[in-house]
Write a protein that binds this ligand. Structure first.
Ligand code: GLN
Length: 533
């Protein structure tokens, strides 16, 4: 089922095999008919992750990149929609040479072709492919069929791992194995038998349960791997290894084990375990609630980037969600912001919550609370500055108010047409773009480099007509596109504010556990300073 941890399981398997010296890549298959994740609402599907090549994809791709410390490409991500689209395109181009094109075999075959291409591009010895969804539903059946075909052709080169959940009715009862047994039966009906079962549960699996699952699912006990809840996802690979997972997989794939090197990863997990001194970060946003639940998944990369930076300083990241709309309901609520060591305003779309976010940004600016704006967060910081410091009352983004007297944030010229023609899918300014940094700024200090490359996902930008006015009032554009046309980073000088920085791009997508993003690192450094002061 969704949320059971398939993404982290796939990433961890990838990490373990990589740590044993194999060249590994990871692929995600999303069963949705959406061609990519760019058109999905984050509260429903989680964060939209962006790759260097501009692919808008599932958040699991972020986990793969972070665990493998690798940049992946669009070939590593597919949805049902994208596979259907390429089959239909091929049919239109007569590439099937007059043959009847059918869902089976053509959809599975197209899937396999793409898996193969991704493997070749990454020069991978092992490809981890995660199939989203639940066994037994219609949505992923064609992808399971693809794996069945692959296994028939290459029986020794395919190992199947089933991630299954074991419920616990109450504290006194036992973990229930029946759902897992039924999942395996259902999987068997597609012609597949798992080689390994990852038993997800609140607690580790006892020997009795292992025996039960193994016996009823036609497996050996060593193939049932305990996957209990852990404090941090970085412990997951280490935990799997306690049950010998990588060795089992290599055995199934008939690959000779190589020497393991999980040193750095173990060190990281130890830091996570041992860091106790908190750094308190508030994230002001709107994509939080679904019914009664808070869905932090919408900002998963932001959370991870904060964690990487906090662990870098040996601190314990404590993140709190602050609903932007609360700051408008009662401005008194703004005072809460002083309790935090630093405030982040992340990316977003549309008008809802923006006045609240700007109120929060203004409060951070005036009270010298470290502030970090990501994409929309940067745009809103520029608007807030225009209104409060540059006398442009009612300044706004044309995304929020088309008739604003001061459109300090405006649509990119090349984007106007897309919206008029209702071309929404994969048409934003997407993926990696270079930027140049100004010497003597926070940005330059952080990156220690003049040229950078960062990932984007937006349609609007700082309006060039207002740059001079904003600069005259003290806002510094410390990063721009190489031609100087687009403002990529805005900041206030250190003598005015300890850390007030906004990035037009999404730095969170490039932060890695063992190498935190430079801007997140400096933001957290300032937050720790504030706390210590
Ligand atoms: N809505 C803004 C834009 O399109 C910001 C997008 C974002 O935060 N990713 O420019």
């Amino acid at each position: 089922m969704s949320g059971v941890g398939k993404g982290v399981a796939a990433s961890s398997i990838a990490k373990l095999l990589q740590s044993r010296g194999f060249r590994v890549t990871a692929i995600k298959i999303d069963p949705y008919m959406n061609v990519d994740a760019g058109t999905m609402n984050p509260t429903e599907h989680g964060e939209v992750f962006v790759l260097d090549d501009g692919t808008e994809c599932d958040q699991d791709m972020g986990n793969y990149e972070r665990f493998l410390n690798q940049d992946l490409s669009g070939l590593n991500y597919m949805t049902a929609g994208s596979i259907f689209q390429s089959v239909i395109n091929k049919e239109r181009n007569l590439e099937y040479q007059g043959r009847c094109v059918e869902v089976v075999p053509h959809i599975p075959l197209e899937t396999l072709e793409k898996i193969n291409r991704a493997g070749e591009k990454a020069k991978a010895e092992i490809i981890i492919t995660e199939i989203g969804g639940t066994v037994g539903e219609y949505q992923n059946i064609l992808f399971l069929e693809a794996i069945r075909m692959l296994k028939v052709k290459h029986p020794d080169d395919v190992a199947l791992v089933l991630v299954s959940f074991l419920p616990l009715q109450n504290a006194d009862s036992e973990l229930k194995t029946k759902p897992t047994q039924y999942a395996v039966k259902t999987l068997n009906s597609t012609g597949l038998q798992p080689d390994i079962i990852l038993a997800r549960a609140g607690t580790p699996l006892d020997q009795k349960r292992k025996e039960k699952i193994a016996f009823n699912c036609s497996l050996q006990e060593e193939d049932i791997i305990s996957a209990p809840d852990v404090k941090s996802i970085y412990e997951v690979p280490i935990n799997f290894e306690k049950d010998g997972l990588s060795g089992r997989i290599l055995k199934k794939l008939k690959l000779r084990p190589r020497k393991t090197n999980l040193q750095e990863w173990r060190k990281l997990a130890k830091t996570v375990e041992e860091s106790s001194e908190p750094v308190n970060i508030g994230i002001v946003g709107k994509y939080f609630s679904t019914g009664k639940f808070v869905l932090a998944d919408s900002y998963i990369s932001v959370i991870e980037a904060v964690k990487h930076a906090a662990y870098f300083f040996g601190k314990k990241p404590v993140i709190k969600w602050l609903d932007a709309e609360e700051f408008i309901k009662s401005p008194e609520n703004l005072k809460q912001l002083s309790e935090y060591d630093g405030i982040i305003v992340p990316g977003g779309f549309g008008g809802r919550g923006t006045e609240g976010k700007m109120a929060a940004i203004g409060y951070c600016r005036e009270n010298k609370i470290p502030f970090f704006g990501l994409c929309y967060g940067m745009q809103l910081a520029v608007i807030e500055f225009a209104r409060s410091a540059a006398g442009m009352k009612k300044a706004n983004s044309t995304e929020i108010d088309e008739k604003t007297p001061y459109p300090v944030i405006d649509i990119l010229p090349e984007q106007k047409k897309n919206l008029e023609e209702k071309k929404y899918g994969a048409t934003m300014r997407l993926g990696a773009y270079p930027a140049e940094l100004k010497k003597g700024t926070i940005a330059f200090e952080a990156y220690k480099s003049q040229s950078i490359s960062e990932r984007h996902r937006h349609r609007y930008e700082v309006n060039p007509d207002y740059i001079k006015q904003l600069e005259d009032k003290g806002l510094v554009f410390s990063g721009t596109s190489p031609d100087g046309r687009l403002m990529e980073i805005a900041e206030l000088p250190r003598n005015v504010h300890p850390f007030f920085v906004g990035a037009q791009f999404h730095p969170e997508f490039k932060s890695r556990p063992l190498s935190p993003h430079p801007l997140f690192r400096e933001f957290i450094r300032s937050s720790i300073d504030r706390k210590e002061r």
